[in-house]
Design a protein around this ligand. Structure first.
Ligand SMILES: [Zn+2]
Length: 373
């Protein structure tokens, strides 16, 4: 992300640009502010500027090889450190084990919040941690020469989740970093950062965003209409992450409902030729979308059952309601457990690299039978 793209937080942006233009960029910087205030986006755009080979007009040039790599957060001298769930069985012990997931989310959503990060890692209620292995990894990466011969930057997201051991290990490196090495810490809760770390950082406080900044960002980056952007912004309470997440949720539920309706109609009518076409189209959307649809279908079957046995008090949107009011008798106590098992198994196999085309055709053929039970 470039400074010029991030059309928010002008005064914080100017503070950063002043540091840069007067060559006073501290080696350990802290951007602190409430979740969704844009501090992560500021850190990303500031890193792009630091790593640019020929910055001009207070921004990165957008043309050099460094800028091109930074557009996808793939610059070899841009490092990330962030809390993860420590799961020994999956060898998930350092941030780089989760780097792909972290970066792909940033590429798509241009933001990341703590809760949504935990949920991406598989458990929204489990707190992530920056542990001692991660500190070791950071030291190893940052003491090496840079790949491109220029500066190196490490964005450390949520330092408040660093444990004592990890913090102690990093102190010396933060205090005496190698030449042209920059640490940018991004925190939602600066009062929870261990004092030994906090005292070594130069803090810039970032205020909450205004609704108009949020709507402006949504219009510019995600091409929302002015009225949609204003609606989302006014519900977000100054939290950019919240507005963006809501935007993606709405979009994906619209796509999922139309896929689900089509799929169930095909399965009920047992139209094999059209089912094959549909499966082919679906698998072109990618494995993640197929997984998404399966989760959504599980949720919809649950709603059918709720609707069957009691007056549902759940909030469902108009399109869902319209379809479910006719469809719900077809998922009932005779087939629900098999349908549930079928969809769950399919999701399980997709996560383990099953071929989506073969798998979804098979699931559809089984639904042909189950829906008529
Ligand atoms: Zn550049």
């Amino acid at each position: 992300m470039y400074f010029s793209e991030f059309n928010c937080q002008d005064s914080s942006k100017n503070q950063l640009l002043n540091l840069f233009s007067s060559s006073r960029v501290p080696h350990a910087l802290l951007l602190s502010g409430p979740e969704g205030c844009g501090h992560l986006q500021l850190a990303l755009s500031f890193s792009t500027l630091i790593l640019c080979q020929s910055p001009k007009n207070n921004d990165a040039c957008k043309e050099c090889s460094s800028c091109k790599m930074n557009e996808k957060y793939q610059h070899p001298d841009l490092h990330f450190s962030f809390p993860i769930h420590l799961l020994k069985s999956e060898h998930s012990e350092v941030s780089d084990d989760r780097r792909k997931l972290f970066i792909s989310t940033l590429q798509k959503e241009k933001c990341l919040g703590k809760k949504s990060w935990y949920s991406l890692m598989g458990n929204e209620n489990k707190q992530g941690i920056i542990g001692v292995k991660e500190s070791q990894a950071v030291i190893q990466k940052m003491i090496l020469k840079s790949f491109m011969g220029g500066p190196k930057v490490l964005i450390l997201w949520l330092p408040e989740l660093m444990n004592l051991q990890a913090a102690n290990k990093l102190l010396k490196l933060i205090e005496e970093p190698p030449e042209k090495t920059y640490f940018i810490f991004v925190t939602d809760q600066k009062n929870k950062i261990l004092p030994t770390i906090y005292s070594r950082l130069q803090n810039i406080s970032i205020p909450k965003m205004s609704s108009s900044e949020i709507s402006g960002f949504l219009e510019k980056i995600f091409h929302l209409s002015a009225s949609d952007a204003t609606d989302l912004a006014s519900l977000s309470n100054g939290n950019l992450n919240k507005a963006i997440t809501e935007h993606f949720n709405t979009n994906s539920s619209e796509l999922n409902i139309s896929l689900f309706v089509k799929w169930m109609r095909l399965c009920y009518s047992r139209n094999i030729a059209d089912t094959i076409d549909w499966v082919n189209e679906l698998s072109k959307m990618g494995r993640e979308q197929v997984k998404d649809l399966l989760i959504y279908s599980l949720e919809m079957s649950r709603k059918c059952i709720l609707g069957n046995f009691s007056a549902s008090t759940e909030k469902i949107n108009d399109k869902e309601e319209k379809f479910l009011s006719k469809f719900q008798p077809f998922i009932n106590h005779k087939n629900i457990s098999e349908i549930n098992g079928l969809l769950n198994d399919a999701h399980f196999h997709l996560e383990r690299n099953a071929n989506p085309k073969i798998l979804m055709l098979d699931v559809s053929l089984q639904l042909y039978k189950l829906l008529r039970k």
